[in-house]
Design a protein around this ligand. Sequence first.
Ligand SMILES: [Ca+2]
Length: 227
Amino acid sequence: MAQSGGAFAADGKPRPDRELSLSGTAELVPRKGDRKPIIRLTNDGFKQMGSAWLVRRLDLTRSFEIVFTARLRGGVRSGADGIAFVAQGIGPRALGGWGGGIGYRGISRSVAVEFDTYQNTPDPNSNHVAVTLGGDPDQHIATAEPSMPLLGKPFRARIGYDAAAKRITVHARALAPGATEQLLLDESVDVAQTTGENRGWIGFTGATGDVTSRQDVYDWAVTTPQA
Ligand SMILES: [Ca+2]
């Protein structure tokens, strides 16, 4: 397994400021030590949307896996709207709609795995994970309800793409001692075909609406199998 890079400084340490392209309300929040900064997609304000993409394109005809920790903290009113991992073929400044759009609505050539904390009309509940295509969060091709709450406490997600089988798998677990990982989704998706790109952009989006939350992603890493 090889760590997918971004830009690296002369001392070999990652340069997260050059590794990611941020749009909307997305910002990097430094952490102590050598740890990569937090990607803060929204900051508890109304009608925010943010996106953060790896500057370096990823070969979407190959398998990959991304792991990350997310912490979605509710605002004064219960938290909304959630975050998504997205692979897309639009570009490194792509940004979608606020509210139930989770920052990816309208990113037309995309595959999203959303972690949705607010029940809009098309949603099954206020705690679901779903795969959606073409930047349309109203059309879930698969949904699952995790056993842990997406809102409040941090959770660890692992999203794998098997390019040979053309399947996306989504695992998640609470970030607590003894928590077990749960397979949430295992869906047939052709990422390169759906994004229209053999080399596309991957990253995260998030949004708030009339209900808000602070939505952070951190400790993320992308791996690709060696040829
Ligand atoms: Ca929703």
